[in-house]
Design a protein around this ligand. Structure first.
Ligand code: NBP
Length: 480
């Protein structure tokens, strides 16, 4: 009797790949599995083989041969050179029309390059963002596939089946060609950085106002029942309530204050700089992590003087409510910046990304899943060209309502010597964006002064230069 062929294959049996393979098997798919180090494939078969139908192979050739054609093969290996090495190993064994999906956290520019190289050989390459960590991979992540619409016809139903769902709607949709999926995943992670940083700033403010760690945990727990409801607020409450198994002290107090990062936040900011999209909150979050781990700087700066980071709060309950409102406003601004980068990048790279779809598939499964994303989805569905989420009909009035509290919190933090870069930079972004006239005229005047870079006038079109080192006469340099 011939053995059944697999519907799909997964290469990479570390946490993400093994959990994704199990998720596929739980949904009735026959799953071929392979890992460079065969012992990991054997371990998955031994521990989870009973959960569904797996075909484990030691050689890449046997693995490829075990999959039904046209083949769908998911790579879940370390992003970067490992992805290229795995692709190079696979290619000689594939047939025309086969699909390689890269589910790792690859840089979208690598995905653009790989897609061009691989499609030229007659195969499909689908760069796909997957969010939800190892638990999400097993139970239902948010999935952001790029590649061709044709490849989505084959892969899409399987990915949609294993993704998280909101009602009947899968948290998976085709995002756009080549690098679009990894681009959107990158910005998801950038927003995640800002979301986590602003939560950290909130915790520091609550502690400075005299709340114990347990009281702060309880505050986050309560907030999670309202408009701030989100996975990150939920797990903040849980993490803060955790006691250190060794000392019994709050675990958060024994964790070193150094935050690591793997690159997607940095890529979000680098790309935003190239696109000219201000993502202040995300950038501050990346810099905050960098500063936290910059031991030399922190040691050198320890001699600097300033307020002692204690907040004198007259009415604790009203301060906590101020912080809640400031958190909501700062978070919305960070999301607004991230969505602006998606919209602008989508246009720049010719991907025609639906921002509403990105919000739709982030409502569950992923790390930034939040109640707010349903409102965001509705706003971008109503107006796909929405330039700024801040100005959306359901968002702008609330930002106005929360303005006073937001400003009080930023002032209180600055006066007490508590660094709150996302609270403060989000407010500055909000104020700069809404100002009828900002301070850029000074910059442009100076640029013309030292570099003849010209300026535009408010009263007539064209570019002008002033003879700064001569008679101070004005010359029209160009008509537009
Ligand atoms: P890792 O990122 O830790 O990668 C380990 C896997 O890559 C192992 O299967 C390893 O095989 C394989 N690998 C390496 Br390393 N070099 C290889 C090579 N040259 N050829 C073939 N295989 C190679 O695994 P992970 O944490 O499961 O993540 C997988 C992907 O998913 C990554 O791109 C990651 O960024 C992404 N991701 C992770 C998360 C998360 O929460 N962890 C979330 C979303 C996305 P070996 O066993 O032989 O060493």
């Amino acid at each position: 009797m011939t053995k059944p062929k697999a519907n799909i294959g997964v290469v990479g049996m570390a946490v993400m790949g093994s959990n994704l393979a199990r998720n596929l098997a739980h949904h009735g798919y026959v799953v071929a599995i392979h890992n460079r180090t065969h012992a990991k494939t054997e371990k998955v078969l031994a521990d989870h083989g009973h959960e569904g139908t797996f075909i484990g192979s030691e050689s890449i050739q046997d693995f490829v041969n075990s999959i039904d054609r046209p083949r769908s093969i998911i790579l879940m290996v370390k992003a970067g050179a490992s992805t290229d090495a795995t692709i190079a190993e696979l290619l000689p064994h594939l047939n025309e029309g086969d699909i390689i999906m890269d589910g790792g956290n690859s840089n979208f520019r690598d995905t653009i390059r790989r897609e061009a190289e691989i499609s030229a050989k007659g195969f499909h390459f689908v760069g796909t963002g997957i969010s939800g960590g190892e638990y999400g991979a097993l139970t239902g992540p948010a999935i952001m596939p790029g590649g061709t619409p044709e490849s989505y016809k084959t892969l899409g139903p399987m990915l949609e089946a294993i993704s998280a769902h909101v009602g009947d709607e899968p948290c998976c949709t085709w995002i756009g060609p080549n690098g679009a999926g990894h681009f959107v995943k990158m910005i998801h992670n950038g927003i995640e950085y800002a979301d986590m940083q602003v939560i950290g700033e909130t915790f520091e403010l609550l502690r400075a106002a005299g709340l114990s760690v347990a009281e702060a945990a309880e505050t986050f727990r309560k907030w999670n029942e309202g408009e701030l409801s989100s996975y990150l607020i939920e797990i903040t409450a849980e993490m803060l309530a955790q006691a250190d198994p060794q000392t019994g002290a709050p675990l958060v107090d024994v964790i070193k204050d150094r935050a690591g990062m793997k690159g997607t936040g940095t890529w979000t900011v680098q790309t935003a700089l190239e696109l000219g999209v201000p993502v202040n909150g995300i950038a501050e979050s990346v810099f905050a992590r960098a500063l936290s781990s910059h031991d030399d700087l922190r040691t050198a700066a320890s001699v600097l003087t300033g307020p002692d980071r204690v907040l004198e709060v007259a009415d604790r309950e009203s301060f906590i409510e101020d912080v809640r409102q400031a958190l909501w406003a700062s978070k919305v601004v960070a999301y607004s910046q991230g969505f602006d980068e998606i919209r602008t990048g989508g246009e720049e790279f010719g991907w025609n990304i639906s921002v509403a779809d990105a919000a739709k598939i982030w409502r569950d499964g992923c790390i930034i899943r939040a109640k707010l994303l349903e409102d965001i989805r509705q706003e971008y569905s109503a107006d796909p060209q929405l330039v700024s989420l801040m100005a959306a009909p359901s968002i702008a009035p609330k930002l106005g309502e929360y303005n006073a509290a937001w400003r009080r919190v930023v002032v209180a933090a600055a006066q007490a010597g508590i660094a709150a870069p996302v609270f403060a930079s989000s407010l500055a972004y909000y104020d700069m964006a809404r100002a009828p006239r900002n301070n850029a005229a000074v910059t442009q005047g100076l640029r013309d002064f030292f570099g003849s870079h010209t300026y535009e006038r408010i009263d007539t079109p064209g570019h002008y230069h002033l003879e700064w080192s001569g008679d101070r006469s004005e010359t029209k340099i160009s008509e537009d």
